[in-house]
Design a protein around this ligand. Structure first.
Ligand SMILES: Cc1ncc(COP(=O)(O)O)c(C=O)c1O
Length: 400
């Protein structure tokens, strides 16, 4: 039957209104995704109960110890998590890259400290511009870096706050402790566009030392160099308010060292298999923080007896460390990487093997680089997906 003009117009308007009211395809997908079973795999999950317990534990520890904390956001690259850390009492976050710094400032996070050195003019100009907009600091470890940053700060008509990065044994970044660090502090003091606010002493070589006593020794030895340097800097008439350092493995060691003003620990918020193996004060497994970060995978092939193949390989799990993914609630299964897209779960001594289509959840071997493989993290409580958080600070290339 032919449709008359009035009916046609009414139908068109109704369709338009329905379209305008309809959620976007992305919003629609979020709306329908309610439980872990609905998620496409591989998926990155954070268990909110464990995450919140880790957050509370670090907040209470720092409060008791009378230290500030500026957790490292390289672990999560997620402004939503940074917001929760600041709400729990952190004075800001550390970042490892310029895009991380930009993402955190854009999200209104205060006290953003770039802990890695930068020497490219473009990146230095971006940090100087950011310092004009937000509460930002940079760690510097070389005279050339100081010179370039002072020039960029002058061009941006701003004053940039800096920390002297000291190499306390990591042999990675920073100036040597003692006189070379004092000299760098003096150089910073001579620039009208830089303001020295403190020292950074990250002892990465101590963070994963196995056994609490050995770790305690390694961290104290490293941080003693920072304290000595701080004393020399003070003797030279230069005041520094901040001495920033520490890791997840050494948080309860470094926070007892007089002079350390704040902790940079990052991984504690998620934990990973590589941190669990270092042992704690009370035993062979490091249980101070709970493993909150997991990768959810699906069994996509079960051709051979005693083996199941999951859809999580090197593109879903960072496997740069010797520790393997730990299967949750499936004893006797061992994960082995089987290429870009796959992992094999092998049954030891007759353990039950999951069937085709089954889901498995794994504690990740190394949290920071695993997060860096994903665009979003699903925040779950039990089986329910409560939120989806964007890992928005990982997009380095978009900022070029
Ligand atoms: C400079 C700096 N500070 C702090 C951290 C945090 O260490 P963790 O994740 O072991 O707590 C890192 C991690 O690599 C780091 O590079």
């Amino acid at each position: 039957m032919p449709i008359d003009r009035r009916e046609f117009l009414a139908a068109t308007l109704a369709t338009g209104a329905a379209l305008a009211a309809a959620p976007s395809p992305a919003a629609d997908r979020e709306e329908r995704v309610r439980t872990k079973d609905d998620l496409p795999t591989p998926a990155l999950l954070v268990d909110l109960d464990k995450f919140e317990a880790n957050l509370k534990k670090m907040a209470e520890h720092c409060q008791r110890a009378g230290r500030a904390w500026r957790p490292h956001a390289k672990t999560h690259k997620c402004p939503e998590i940074a917001r929760r850390q600041v709400a729990a009492g952190a004075k800001g976050v550390c970042v490892a890259t310029v895009p991380e710094a930009e993402a955190m400032v854009a999200a209104g996070i205060p006290g953003v400290l770039l802990t890695s050195p930068i020497v490219e003019r473009g990146k230095i100009a971006r940090m100087a511009a950011l310092a004009g907009k937000g509460d930002v600091m940079l760690s510097v470890g070389h005279a050339r870096q100081v010179e370039l940053l002072a020039q960029a700060a002058e061009a941006a008509r701003t004053v940039v706050s800096v920390l002297v990065d000291i190499d306390v044994g990591d042999r990675r970044t920073g100036v040597l402790p003692g006189e070379p660090a004092v000299e760098l502090a003096r150089l910073i003091g001579r620039s009208k566009h830089l303001k020295l606010v403190g020292l950074q002493a990250y002892a990465g070589h101590a963070s994963h030392v196995v056994g609490f006593e050995a770790r305690d020794k390694a961290s104290r030895l490293a941080l003693a160099k920072a304290i000595e340097t701080r004393d020399l800097v003070t003797k030279a008439g230069i005041e520094t308010a901040i001495l920033s350092g520490g890791s997840t493995g050494t948080y309860n060691i470094d926070s007892t060292i007089a002079g350390v003003t704040e902790l940079q620990s990052g991984s504690f918020i998620f934990m990973d298999a590589d941190y669990r193996r270092i042992g704690g004060e009370s035993g062979a497994v490091y249980l101070d923080f709970q493993p909150a970060l997991t990768v959810l995978a699906t069994v996509v092939s079960a051709t051979h007896p005693g083996r199941a193949v999951v859809d999580a390989g090197i593109k879903a799990l960072a496997t740069d460390v010797a520790s393997k993914p730990e299967l949750i609630g499936r004893p006797g299964l061992e994960y082995t990487l089987a290429g870009d897209e796959f992992g094999v779960l092998a049954a030891i001594e007759g353990a039950a093997v999951p069937a085709l289509g089954d889901r498995v959840e794994m504690i990740v071997p190394h949290c920071d680089p695993t997060v860096n493989l994903y665009d979003r993290i699903y925040a779950v409580r039990g089986p329910r997906v409560e939120a989806t958080w964007a890992i928005s600070a990982r997009r380095e290339s978009e900022k070029l």
